[in-house]
Design a protein around this ligand. Structure first.
Ligand code: MN
Length: 764
């Protein structure tokens, strides 16, 4: 019986994977742990027994894989492994949290609860604001136990690795969310390997074409690269050996994501990305000699190759806030190419790859089960001073800042998300208080950020500062090493512009909070004023009538209305309440009339024989939905696209690699619809406006060459052309009418061949 044997095969495979998991757990296991993991595995196996993944595989492969990632790639301990195995059980099966709590205890149940809450809802619910609110809830669980987030990242990583079996639209949505929030979170928690893989897997779906292009280029150049690395490394090896260092050297290509970012940011072709890979020297040395030996290796490298003085980074003396420690330098190779070299100890390398968890493993010296011994919550206050030089204290600072934002009861969820995203940007400056205490702030922070970091009252009353004894304004941007003394005045109060020049989440939320409070006070007066106006006009102040006013002034809430009433909005519009009501009534009748007309006209109009250009929705083959093409990315037929349902402006078609696309899909996934172009239009009836940018040397005749290609050879219509030449450099922008992507590519290829042209790019 083929079925029975297939079932047997699957059983075998499940057990094989389970044994693999045990092997990965071994380094951290203690007596009794094996039994616990088995118990969790048995429960998960039973609970998911009749379920399958989209790929058709038994569902249990998924929790097993997530547990495997937690054990092998993040070095988490037994509690986390159990939770990973059980992470989908409460969400998807009949098993309840009480069942879990009875069988595995409170701690496991709490983590599963956190995981279930995230699983259900972060980006998946029906309305935008709820999504952000759920996100906030997810982070509240983070402040309880960071393991929830780490296991969630492992879960997401496995889902990304197996995304191929999902529908295209889900792929886009999941990949966008991953890029928007999960990859930055992984970065913030110091999980570099996972962050990099999440990014690469995301763009594999959101920017498939570019991804495939770079991946194939990397494969093509692999041999050449290996040879280069070998030649580069050989002489260093000898010197390191002579210095009696024990070490390992790796030459790794940079991630596809980072190469792609570099290409688009600097607008250069693949061939010109000079740091396609980094050389990493990992020194095996005891903790007390780490710094010394890393610098020894550094001096050997820079003896042999000239370093670029602008590109030296010492993350060992001052580790990054996420715990990252390493020396970075970029040196000139004998072949005239810049090469980035990273130098770190074995411990630093493991922390960099595996993040937080690995850090605590080392902190406890022995290889103990980190997640049972170290209580995440209790690390902080008492150890704060001692921890000043401790790389994890930066992370702890960050968790504290997030906690602080979370505890602010009336921070609006979307503001919160915004602030949080900002806090995720990890690049930072190191500055000092007047007493010489070190503070880390995000790059771009101003004196005002510093003031709010000290205390919200100091921020609210801040009038300026002395930076290195020089008087500077609130908006002064801080640089490494600045020493800052904040100046305050009791008469000072926050100004609306302040929000523009602070970058920390804390400062933003405190300023917003101040104005919200102010607004509430003013709105109270406004409400009384409006009540009087209603009474005088003999109109009842009931919700329907307030809605009419909200419509008239186009305001979202009554608080806004009261606030503006207090600020004199009705007086300024020089209208009486009664007139507003009359006007709104008339407008409503008008629109009703117009809508009826519109329907009539539509019914009478002959339908075009040609199919519509864009189909919107699942499996759509025809559509009469009205749509427009988004201005931000100007899609044309042939581009990978999606439809986005806007509020008030109908359906917009965006390119999947639109600069706004990730945000839209991640935050408003429920408003994203599948869209595709109708098979290309053979009659070429419809042309689309596309902007291209041409850069070249200002050779005589270049403009003529270009316009010849466009209008003579290809007979494409131009809408506009603008040209700038500065110091022999030519920069032109041309707007053209194009049928589809192959038309555009053909044209761009031909322009590239014009003498003097250096690059041709499509403008988004
Ligand atoms: Mn899962």
């Amino acid at each position: 019986m083929p079925n029975a044997s297939k079932g047997e095969e699957e059983k075998e495979e499940i057990l094989k994977r389970y044994r693999q998991l045990l092997k990965a757990c071994k380094p951290a296991m203690q007596d009794g742990d094996k039994k616990l993991i088995r118990k969790a595995f048995d429960m998960a196996l039973g609970a998911h027994k009749n379920m399958r993944r989209k790929s058709g595989e038994p569902y249990i492969y998924h929790p097993l894989a997530v547990a495997q990632i937690c054990a092998g790639e993040i070095a988490l301990g037994t509690t986390s492994i159990m939770c990973a195995l059980l992470h989908d059980v409460v969400e998807d099966t009949d098993i309840t949290l009480e069942n879990i709590s009875l069988k595995f205890g409170e701690k496991v149940a709490r983590i599963i609860d956190g995981l279930t809450k995230i699983e259900a809802s972060v980006f998946d619910s029906k309305t935008g604001s709820v999504q952000a609110e759920n996100f906030r809830k997810m982070l509240l669980t983070l402040s309880d136990d960071v393991r929830v987030i780490i296991i969630k990242l492992a879960d997401r990583l496995h889902n990304m690795r197996t995304l191929d079996s999902m529908a295209r639209q889900s792929q886009l949505k999941i990949a966008s969310e991953t890029l928007y929030i999960y990859a930055p979170l992984a970065h913030r928690l110091g999980l570099y390997a996972i962050k990099t893989e999440l990014e690469d897997l995301s763009i594999k779906y959101t920017e498939s074409k570019e991804y495939r292009f770079i991946a194939s280029k990397l494969a093509d150049t692999k041999l050449e690269r290996n040879k280069f690395v070998k030649n580069f490394v050989e002489p260093i090896k000898k010197r390191l050996e002579n210095a009696e260092l024990s070490f390992e050297i790796k030459g790794r290509p940079k991630s596809i994501f980072s190469i792609m970012k570099k290409m688009s940011k600097q607008n250069i072709p693949f061939e010109e990305v000079y740091d396609l890979f980094a050389i990493r020297i990992i020194v095996d040395t005891p903790p007390e000699k780490e710094k010394e030996d890393c610098f020894k290796a550094y001096s050997i490298v820079t003896d042999m190759y000239t370093p670029n003085p602008d590109r030296f980074r010492d993350w060992i003396s001052t580790p990054k806030a996420n715990g990252y420690e390493s020396l970075h330098t970029t040196v000139m190779s004998t072949e005239g190419k810049w090469v980035e070299v990273q130098i770190r100890s074995e411990r630093m390398d493991e922390v960099a790859e595996k993040g937080y968890a690995a850090h605590w493993k080392y902190k406890d010296q022995k290889k103990v089960k980190m997640d049972d011994k170290a209580d995440y919550k209790s690390i902080s206050k008492s150890q704060e001073d001692r921890a000043r030089q401790d790389p994890a204290s930066g992370l702890e600072d960050w968790l504290n800042r997030v906690r602080e934002m979370l505890e602010n009861p009336d921070s609006n969820a979307l503001d919160f998300l915004d602030n949080f995203k900002q806090e995720l940007q990890v690049e930072e400056v190191f500055v000092f208080t007047p007493k010489g205490d070190l503070k880390k702030l995000p790059t771009g922070s101003t004196t005002l950020d510093f003031a709010y970091d000290v205390h919200s009252d100091v921020g609210n009353k801040c009038i300026g500062a002395k930076v290195n004894n020089k008087l500077v304004p609130l908006s002064h941007v801080l640089v490494n090493g600045d020493q800052i003394e904040i100046l305050t005045s009791t008469r000072q109060k926050p100004n609306e512009d302040w929000i523009e020049f602070v970058v920390t989440g804390k400062a933003k939320s405190k300023i917003r909070e101040y104005f919200k409070e102010e607004k509430r006070k003013v709105a109270g007066d406004g409400k009384e004023m409006l009540e009087r106006k209603f009474r005088n006009s003999k109109i009842e102040m009931k919700p329907e009538n307030l809605d009419i006013l909200l419509d008239y002034f186009n305001l979202p809430t009554v608080t806004d209305l009261y606030y503006l009433v207090a600020k004199g909005i009705i007086e300024k519009s020089s209208l009486h309440l009664q007139e507003i009501f009359d006007y709104e009534k008339k407008k409503e009748l008008d629109t009703r009339h117009k809508v009826a007309e519109h329907h009539k006209a539509r019914a009478e109009r002959p339908q075009p024989s040609r199919p519509d250009a864009v189909f919107i929705g699942d499996n759509a083959t025809e559509t009469d939905l009205l749509y427009s093409l988004a201005k931000c990315c100007n899609p044309i037929p042939g581009d990978d696209i999606f439809a986005f349902v806007t509020i008030g402006e109908g359906i917009k078609i965006h390119r999947t690699n639109c600069p706004n696309g990730t945000d839209l899909m991640a935050n408003y996934g429920y408003r994203v619809q599948k869209a595709r172009w109708a098979s290309s239009d053979p009659t070429k009836e419809r042309a689309f406006l596309v902007g291209i940018q041409i850069i070249g040397t200002d050779a005589i005749g270049i403009v003529r060459g270009i316009t010849d290609v466009i209008s003579q050879k290809l007979q494409v219509n131009m809408k506009s052309i603008s040209i700038d030449t500065v110091d022999g450099r030519f920069e032109g922008g041309i707007e053209l009418y194009i049928y589809d992507t192959s038309h555009l590519e053909d044209l761009m290829e031909k322009i590239k061949k014009v003498e003097g042209v250096y690059s041709v790019d499509r403008r988004s």
